[in-house]
Structures are given as structure tokens and as C-alpha cells.
Design a protein around this ligand. Structure first.
Ligand code: ADP
Ligand code: ZN
Length: 730
């Protein structure tokens, strides 16, 4: 509530709501007036909905019909920079504003005042009798002056029983108060000393600290192999940001990585950061949302949607593993969290740090263009060095089609077991076998709803569709020709690889790491801890193990199928394979022991495989950049995918064809149109998907053209149109 309201009582204000309406609605300002950015509750039909005051009302209708804002919510108004951010993301991704407001208010119960509970803070009095336990409570409260704690928290921090606290309440030294449930987070202390940095690390840290201290927008690509100390270095930037009294946000690509990271933050700053991702409970989400907005959370670590939290004073955004594909949202609002982080930071004079061992071509190109600064951490911390990389030419191996581990790879694993070291066998395929084929008629079992084959999961004893998640029992008879016992698995998945490893090394301790083999994030975390402690001899894993974990005793990485990602026509395939292979190989030899990475391939002479082996990254990027420039695709050109989907393929095709025929808005900006063609996944959950690809010059106003184009075609209700700017595959 503002002192002198911008919109006095009774004037018309435009309120943006989370309801799917095409524009903000006019309401009368409530008693006492309201201001721009105020969060409000407004009546809509028979309901009350959440809204945000977006500006002056448009009017132009009978004012006596206007309804009033029901109430102003007791949360800080949305800041101007946030409103601009939401509008810019909406304009860039062609997303309706109500969806943006929904993203920005994804916390439960914002419209209901929280229930109260008893909290404790320092009172004025001193205890008559100062026992050691009582002194500890007073000291704890002095240390966290201004903060309130629950009884349990306070007793825990002070290391006393709750009765000691209650005694102090009676003595007047501690005050008991009613407080809303949303408590601030413990203070992080940026003045605590970090690890002693090496020369290169210290230099990078100094540069980043200076960037943060300027409190101006800038983006830095922090490049260094896994284990080179990037995290150590960007924690220095976080320290500078906190010392400036500004908030810091660290984005991680995978929830599985947060636990380890939180421990490091706690060691560094003496308290835990706030967390924001799908694994956070509803009550905690609400607390984080409110505390970020009230300044009671100094640091947030989270998934991409944390970008839409209501930071009061955001000074730093770190995007760790910035090349990771999971930063691109593929559902709902389609945005790249990396790019939106840069946009958000530019609006609030914050620093962005993009950290990666294998940067995206986009970031590499932005460095070349002078838009980002680049910092390199060349060596690994301590004695660790990048592993020796070699290709194993599978054409020489003559393996039967039911075996996937070459003689040479098996020998290398045996060697490591004898040396008391760990090996990782990497295969980016969940389940037992990617294909189940009938050996009588050749039929391959496919999903009933998707254009995808069912993957056998022997552990679950079921077939599963990796597109829609549907499972069904493994049949005894072929669904097509009814032959009995003729269904056979073809190709390897990690579970099948596990079987082969057990046959080859019956006495070895083996762990298969695949997301669907673990019931919970905690079980997975425990398995990862076990591996890090060195008990496991052979780890078999999917992409899950490629990211960020630290296994000091792991010295051999065997890539089962290095060619896997190079199939298909996707122009990003080379970049992705290069990143993934370098990332996986980086798992080997992180401590004092030299590592080795062996890549099983049928095409060792392939330029991408050659680049991976030689480690000539700059050469690879330059070649890749030249190719993309030639093709006029991102990051040197603009692309957008329009996916039309619906239950009836003919109808979807009709709409797509009509769109293709009416492409004048695209021609007017010189854009090229490809398709319609089946989307990369042509059917999902019973909906047929057809894609149109648009390619334009980098500077072309593609959003406006796309909006005009989509607006001129009538889209039947059964059909959904989704616009994907900067699609992941093209
Ligand atoms: P990255 O983020 O590049 O993978 P990390 O920052 O996680 O690297 O560092 C890898 C490991 O080395 C971590 O366990 C980290 O604590 C340790 N480390 C890095 N730099 C130092 C240092 N200067 N002093 C002590 N330990 C360090
Ligand atoms: Zn399916």
C-alpha cells in the first residue's frame, strides 16, 4: 500500500490476472487507492482471482458497471524491472501475459494470509541467573540479531533444551511473539574465508568480484574443465554480491546436483541458501517466494523457473553447466533460461556468470562478438589432468549382436579393478533394450499413442514409452502375428549392459545409475555418495552421471556408443555429442590419478570424434561456427519452430498447409519457410505433430512476423499451435 496512491480510490486501473484473457481488465481502485505493481485480488465472474495492477484503466465503458479491486495483498508490489522482464520474455517467446504472471507467482496461497505461530527473538531483559546454557541462547540471538526463530530452531542453534528457552521467556530476556509462518532464512556470511585459490583461480575470482562490485550489467563465460574450480571461483562472486547487500541466484541444470552444492554453500557462508525447484514442498515454496521478495533470502539456488522469483535486489546470476539442454523449457512457456538470465540481469544491473567445461556455441559466439567476456581456468585443481582419450574401432571387434563391450574395453576395466580403481561405462539409454522385435514377423513393439518404440525395462518388468511414460507388460506373444516366445530385445540399454558386466566380472561391485532405477532423489543421492566413497568398482550410467559429480577414485571412462548422438539430421548433433563426450570423459581422473577415456565407435575418422579425441576445442568451435554461418542457423541466424498438434492428422496437415500457403508476413521480412513436415517426434500422447520451420536473418523482426502470420489463420479448437523461438533441434 502506497502512502499517496498513484490511483486514488474509484479511478480505473488495468489489472493483469493469471486467467487466460487477452488483455488486463479494468477495475476500480479500492478504498485507500492502489499503485502500479500492487498484487491484488479481483472479482472475475463468481470467483476471486490473483492479479497485478499493470497501469491505468482504459475505460470506454459504463463506469457504473466497473467492479472494484477486492483487496490489495500484503506482499511487496512487483518491481518495475520485473514487469519489464515479464513483458520482454512474453514478446520474445510470443507468450500471453497471463502465462507470464502465472510463472511469476508460482507459490501457493499468495491470496491467503499465512497462519501464525510462536517465534522467539531477543528481549530487553537479562536473565537473573546466567547459566552456561542460557548464555548460549542469548549469544545465538545476538549473533542473529533481528531474526526470529521457532522454539525448536532456537534450541537447536544454541544446543540447549527447549525448557531453557522457555525459562528465558519468563525472565524477559527472550520475547515470544506471534508471527506468520514465513520466516527469513539464516544469514549467509560473505566475510568468511573461502578456500585458498590457485593463481589462475584467484585471477578469475578477482575479475568476477570486480564485475559484481561495479553493479552494472555484464556477462562472463567462465570456462574450465570439470574440476578446475569453477564453483570455487563463482562462489567468490557470490561473496562479493552478498557483501554488497544484493541477492544472488545460482541455476543448476539438475536437482540431483543441489544437495552437494548446498553443502558447499553452507561450508563457505555458514548457512544454507534458499532452494527453488520441483522437489521443494509447497510450504517451503511459499516461504522462498515471500522471502526472496522481502529480502529475507540472500541466495537462491534453483531450476530455471527461479528466474521469475520476485528478487528485490538481484546482483548476480550464475548459470552453471550453461550448455545444458535442460535449461530450455520444452513445455508451456518455451524459453531458454540461459538467455533469459542475461535479459533479466540487463534489467537490474546484475552480473551473469555462465560456467561450463564445454560452452554452448551460442555463448562461444557471443564471446567472439565481444558481447561476453571470457575467463579460462586451464588446469584442473591439484594434480588432476584431463584423461588420455582414445577411440576403439568397433569394426575390428566382431562382437556378436548381443554383446556391447569390446575385448579391449573389458581388459581396461579389469586392469582398473586390479589397481583398486573405478570404471564408468557410459551409455545414454535408459532401460534394458531400446527395441523389442518379433523374430517371426519383424514387428517392433511401438507405443499406441506416440511415434516411438516401447523400451523394455527389465527392472520394472514392463515396456515403457519414453515419450509419454505409458507402460505395459511385456507380452508372451507377438501382438502382430501371435507367435509365441519370439519377441527379442535388440540393442543395449544400461540395464542390459549391467547384465553383460555381471557376466564378464561376476565378483565386481557394480552400480547402475539411471533415473528410473531410483525411487527418490535421496536414494539416488545415496548411490552417488557410495560411488564417491569408492566402494563401487564399475559404474554403469546414463547422462545422469555425466553432470558435475565428483568421483575421485574413478580413472576409466568407457563410452559404449560414441556414435549414438551423431545419427539423424539435427544441426546441433555435433555440438551436443562433443559436449557430452568431453563431459563424460571429464569424469575420469579427478583426483591425483591419471584417467583414461575409451570411445567405442564405428566411425573413428568422423570429424566430431576426431575433435573429441584431439581436444582441439577452439578448432572444433571454429569449424562448427563456420558451418552454422553457412547454413544461416543459430547463433548466426534466427529460427523458429511452429508445431501444430491435434488428434486428427489430416486436420493438422490442413491447417499447416494453409499456414504455409499464407506466408506473406514471413516473406515481408525475407524469412524462409520449411515444411510442413512431421515434427521430430511425430506423435505424442495420441496427438499428431506437424512442424513448420522458419529461418530468418539474425536482425529480422521474427516475432512480429510470426504473430501476424499465426493471426491470419483460423485454428480449430482441437488444434494447438505452439511457437518455439530458438528451437533445440533444427
Ligand atoms: P568445477 O566447478 O570446475 O568442476 P570445483 O570448484 O567443483 O570445480 O572444484 C573441484 C574440486 O576441487 C572440489 O572438490 C573443490 O572443492 C576442489 N578445489 C578446487 N579449487 C580448490 C582450491 N583452491 N583449494 C582447495 N580445493 C579446491
Ligand atoms: Zn507413448
Amino acid at each position: 500500500m502506497t502512502l499517496s496512491p498513484q490511483f486514488p480510490e474509484g479511478t480505473l486501473v488495468a489489472v493483469l490476472t493469471t486467467e487466460p484473457l487477452d488483455r488486463p481488465l479494468d477495475y476500480k481502485s479500492p478504498e485507500g487507492g492502489c499503485g502500479i505493481g500492487d498484487f491484488v485480488e479481483v472479482p472475475l465472474g463468481p470467483r476471486r482471482v490473483l492479479g497485478c495492477v499493470w497501469g491505468a484503466g482504459k475505460g470506454g465503458f459504463d463506469l457504473s458497471k466497473a467492479r472494484s479491486v477486492s483487496s490489495i495483498l500484503d506482499i511487496p508490489p512487483m518491481r518495475e524491472e520485473m514487469r519489464s522482464f515479464l513483458e520482454r520474455v512474453a514478446a520474445y517467446t510470443l507468450t500471453p501475459m497471463p502465462s507470464m504472471l502465472r510463472l511469476a507467482t508460482r507459490a501457493p496461497g499468495l491470496m491467503n494470509p499465512p497462519s501464525m505461530r510462536k517465534v522467539y527473538r531477543r528481549g530487553d531483559g537479562m536473565p537473573a541467573r546466567a547459566t552456561e546454557a542460557r548464555t548460549r541462547v542469548i549469544d545465538a540471538l545476538e549473533e542473529y540479531r533481528g531474526l526470529s526463530f521457532t522454539l525448536k530452531e532456537l534450541a537447536e542453534i544454541a544446543g540447549v533444551s527447549t525448557s531453557v528457552v522457555k525459562g528465558l521467556v519468563e525472565a524477559g530476556a527472550v520475547r515470544e511473539e506471534d508471527s506468520p509462518r514465513d520466516l527469513p532464512f539464516m544469514r549467509l556470511d560473505p566475510s568468511r574465508a573461502g578456500k585458498e585459490l590457485t593463481g589462475a583461480q584467484a585471477e578469475a575470482a578477482t575479475t568476477l568480484r570486480a564485475a559484481v562490485a561495479r553493479e552494472e550489467y555484464s556477462t562472463t563465460l567462465l570456462k574450465g574443465v570439470t574440476g578446475s574450480g569453477k564453483t570455487e571461483v563463482y562462489l567468490e562472486a557470490v561473496a562479493e554480491c552478498l557483501a554488497k547487500g544484493r541477492q544472488a541466484l545460482v541455476l543448476l541444470p539438475e536437482i540431483a546436483l543441489t544437495a552437494e552444492f548446498i553443502t558447499r554453500v553452507e561450508e563457505r557462508f555458514g548457512a544454507k541458501p534458499a532452494e527453488w525447484h520441483s522437489g521443494v514442498t509447497m510450504t517451503e515454496r511459499r516461504r522462498v517466494w515471500k522471502m526472496v521478495g522481502a529480502g529475507g533470502a540472500q541466495m537462491v539456488i534453483g531450476a530455471r523457473s527461479a528466474l521469475y522469483l520476485p528478487f528485490q535486489n538481484l546482483g548476480l546470476i550464475v548459470v552453471d553447466e550453461e550448455h545444458d539442454q535442460s535449461y530450455k523449457q520444452e513445455d508451456g512457456v518455451l524459453y531458454s533460461a540461459r538467455d533469459m538470465a542475461v535479459m533479466r540481469a540487463s534489467l537490474c544491473s546484475a552480473t551473469v556468470v555462465l560456467a561450463s567445461a564445454t560452452p554452448s556455441l551460442e555463448s562461444w559466439a557471443n564471446v567472439e562478438a565481444g558481447k561476453y567476456t571470457r575467463l579460462d581456468l586451464e588446469a584442473r585443481f591439484g594434480p588432476a589432468v584431463m584423461p588420455d582419450m582414445r577411440a576403439l574401432d568397433m569394426r575390428e571387434e566382431k562382437l556378436p549382436s548381443t554383446r556391447f563391450i569390446s575385448e579391449r574395453l573389458a581388459a581396461a576395466v579389469r586392469h582398473r579393478i586390479e589397481a583398486g580403481e573405478q570404471s564408468l561405462l557410459f551409455l545414454n539409454r535408459r532401460g534394458y533394450a531400446p527395441v523389442t522385435i518379433c523374430r517371426a514377423c519383424g514387428y517392433q513393439i511401438a507405443c499406441d499413442h506416440c511415434d516411438a518404440r516401447m523400451v523394455e525395462h527389465r527392472f520394472l518388468k514392463r515396456l515403457m514409452c519414453h515419450q509419454c511414460g505409458e507402460t505395459k507388460p511385456i507380452p508372451d506373444r507377438c501382438p502382430s502375428c501371435d507367435a509365441e516366445d519370439r519377441l527379442a530385445p535388440v540393442g543395449p540399454g544400461v540395464e542390459r549392459l549391467g547384465e553383460e558386466v555381471k557376466a564378464l566380472f561376476p565378483d565386481a561391485k557394480v552400480a547402475v545409475l539411471s533415473s528410473d532405477l531410483f525411487g527418490s532423489a535421496r536414494a539416488l543421492k545415496e548411490a552417488i555418495t557410495d560411488i564417491a566413497q569408492g566402494d563401487t568398482e564399475i559404474v554403469i550410467g546414463t547422462q545422469l552421471v555425466a553432470k558435475g559429480h565428483n568421483f575421485p577414485n574413478l580413472t576409466l571412462v568407457g563410452v559404449i556408443d560414441a556414435d549414438l548422438g551423431l545419427q539423424g539430421s539435427d544441426l546441433r548433433a555435433a555440438e551436443r555429442t562433443f559436449q557430452l563426450m568431453r563431459q563424460v570423459a571429464g569424469r575420469a581422473g579427478r583426483a591425483a590419478k591419471r584417467g583414461e577415456a575409451l570411445l567405442q565407435t564405428y566411425q573413428p575418422e568422423h570429424p566430431v570424434i576426431q575433435a573429441i579425441l584431439s581436444g582441439d576445442e577452439e578448432g572444433f568451435w571454429r569449424a562448427e561456427a563456420a558451418e552454422r554461418k553457412m547454413a544461416g542457423v543459430p547463433p548466426y541466424g534466427r529460427m523458429a519452430g511452429i508445431v501444430l498438434s491435434g488428434p486428427d492428422l489430416a486436420q493438422v496437415m490442413d491447417v499447416a498447409t494453409a499456414m504455409a500457403r499464407n506466408s506473406r508476413p514471413l516473406q515481408s521480412i525475407g524469412a524462409q519457410l520449411f515444411g510442413p513436415a512431421p515434427a521430430p517426434i511425430a506423435r505424442v500422447r495420441g496427438r499428431h505433430r506437424v512442424r513448420l520451420l522458419v529461418k530468418a536473418e539474425k536482425s529480422a523482426p521474427i516475432q512480429r512476423a510470426l504473430a501476424d502470420w499465426a493471426a491470419q489463420v483460423k485454428i480449430p479448437n482441437a488444434i494447438r499451435l505452439q511457437i518455439d523461438i530458438d528451437p533445440q533441434s533444427f
